[in-house]
Write a protein that binds this ligand. Structure first.
Ligand SMILES: *[C@@H]1O[C@H](CO)[C@@H](O)[C@H](O)[C@H]1NC(C)=O
Ligand SMILES: *[C@@H]1O[C@H](CO)[C@@H](O)[C@H](O)[C@H]1NC(C)=O
Ligand SMILES: *[C@@H]1O[C@H](CO)[C@@H](O)[C@H](O)[C@H]1NC(C)=O
Length: 444
């Protein structure tokens, strides 16, 4: 994979030629690089700050560089605590026996980043990140056509390929955040736009029934409905969020090859004892009202966050919460979900959880300084409730800008524990990526 990306770079180096390479940036406010795309790709508007060269334009099918990865390592050896649930998900662990497809886009970002690293050891460690699977975020409807390219590439790799996606485009998204970067608003036809976005995803996946898909559904949204209804934007969005997520899980369920995990925040959010039962109630009522879709496998936790699955000792900022790491949160929530009739299997993001005790407040989420890549994706989790440790957040992609006069600024990105200066959300943050590499635990 990496060698083919490097070969591509050798032909069309980043930042030098007048054309951006496939998956490179080709536009956006403040961007000064090339605005034309390498042959076989077209410049697709993503948002006011980012346009990207996507393959598969008018030239018919294109070849996408791909790779496979089978993960094997886990730093946790704790034995299973056993699952005694009365409700077992109808779908099994989707990861068992499957090879996870690597995002070619993330690999291209890493290839570009590696070019800029001079230290040989760091360079080689950084390169190795391209072989670790991360989720592919569909945070704009314009990106959905790309899903077909990934599914085709995954199918070409063999009979047991699995593509990991994040469904993330609710209208009035990030209702409790200081700055939302969602493209749809409820007022302006948001629910219909969202349903169209889901329909497009379904249409793409329908063409590849043999490829398995794992989908994380709408990070932060339901957790916001549990704890943040006092925020006007969240209470106003509640009905629409529920209608949209219900639509998403029902439509994706019809496909039969899409395993779903609803996002459930993290230990420092829904893991507080007072929030556990309300969270279980919301997840289970939504699930039952959607007619208990059999492909909903459970919940995803710690998405894009920094908590350990198992902390060796409580971070001082967690003081007062007995559920100070993800496994304690999961073990506290699972029985409540099970008795409410909701399937209680989990996947846990550990992509940026390698270094602990780096935050001043548990709620700090933006480019937290000193973070390192964490435990590699694995199904060998040591806990029966945890289907897999995964990397949902592609480490190195920025959480948000620290420039207070820039659009989409959120104050969390200029707190003292946030790495600065940082660029716009979603764009590459080279300095941060290098720290994730050098501070990785286990080491890369
Ligand atoms: C690499 O370095 C060049 C020159 O300093 C810079 O313009 C470019 O943005 C850097 N690329 C990345 C991925 O940081
Ligand atoms: C949302 O809820 C969380 C958890 O209770 C809280 O920490 C946060 O401050 C809330 N956000 C807003 C904007 O009120
Ligand atoms: C911060 O953003 C403003 C508005 O986009 C821009 O004019 C300014 O140059 C930016 N400052 C830095 C240091 O990037």
């Amino acid at each position: 994979m990496l060698s083919s990306v490097l070969a591509l770079l050798a032909v069309a180096p980043f930042f030098v030629n007048a054309q951006s390479p496939v998956y490179g940036q080709c536009g956006g406010q403040g961007y000064t690089g090339p605005t034309t795309c390498a042959s076989g790709s077209t410049c697709v508007y993503s948002n006011p700050y980012y346009s990207q060269c996507l393959p598969g334009s008018q030239t018919g099918s294109t070849t996408t560089t791909t790779t496979t990865h089978s993960s094997s390592s886990s730093s946790h050896t704790t034995t299973s605590t056993g699952s005694t649930g009365s409700s077992t998900p109808a779908a099994g662990n989707p990861y068992t026996g499957y090879t996870v497809f690597n995002s070619p886009y993330y690999a291209s970002e890493i290839a570009a980043a590696v070019e800029n690293i001079t230290d040989a050891t760091t360079k080689s460690k950084a390169s190795s990140v391209a072989d670790i699977p991360t989720f592919i975020w569909f945070d704009q409807v314009a990106k959905v056509p790309q899903l077909g390219t990934y599914l085709a590439a995954a199918q070409a790799q063999g009979s047991k390929s699995l593509v990991q996606i994040v469904v993330y485009d609710l209208p009035d998204r990030d209702c409790a955040a200081a700055a939302s970067n969602g493209e749809f608003t409820i007022q302006d036809n948001g629910q219909a736009n969202y349903e169209n976005y889901i329909d497009q995803i379904v249409a793409q996946i329908k063409q590849y029934p043999d490829v398995r898909v794992v989908a994380v559904i709408e990070p932060d949204s339901l957790a916001n409905l549990v704890t943040n209804l006092s925020v006007a934007e969240c209470s106003a969005a509640q009905t629409t969020y529920i209608a949209c997520i219900t639509y998403a899980i029902q439509q994706l369920n019809t496909l039969g090859n899409v395993y779903m995990y609803l996002d459930a925040g993290h230990a420092g959010w829904l893991g507080w004892p007072a929030n556990l039962q309300p969270a279980a109630n919301l997840f289970s009522s939504l699930y039952k009202n959607a007619n208990s879709p059999s492909m909903v496998r459970g919940l995803a936790t710690n998405v894009a966050n920094y908590n350990a699955l198992v902390a060796s000792s409580p971070d001082p900022i967690t003081q007062g919460n007995p559920n100070y790491d993800e496994i304690l949160y999961i073990q506290a929530l699972a029985p409540l979900l099970e008795s409410a009739g909701f399937p209680a299997q989990f996947i846990v993001d550990q992509g940026r959880s390698g270094v602990q005790n780096i935050r001043s407040q548990w709620g700090d989420w933006c480019n937290v300084k000193g973070a390192g890549f964490g435990t590699r994706p694995t199904t060998n989790t040591g806990y029966s409730q945890v289907d897999a440790i995964v990397w949902v957040k592609p480490g190195g992609e920025c959480d948000g800008t620290s420039n207070s006069s820039a659009p989409r600024y959120d104050y969390h990105c200029s707190l003292s524990d946030a790495d600065q200066p940082s660029p716009q959300a979603g764009t590459w943050f080279q300095e941060y990526f290098v720290t994730l590499v050098t501070a990785a635990n286990p080491a890369l």
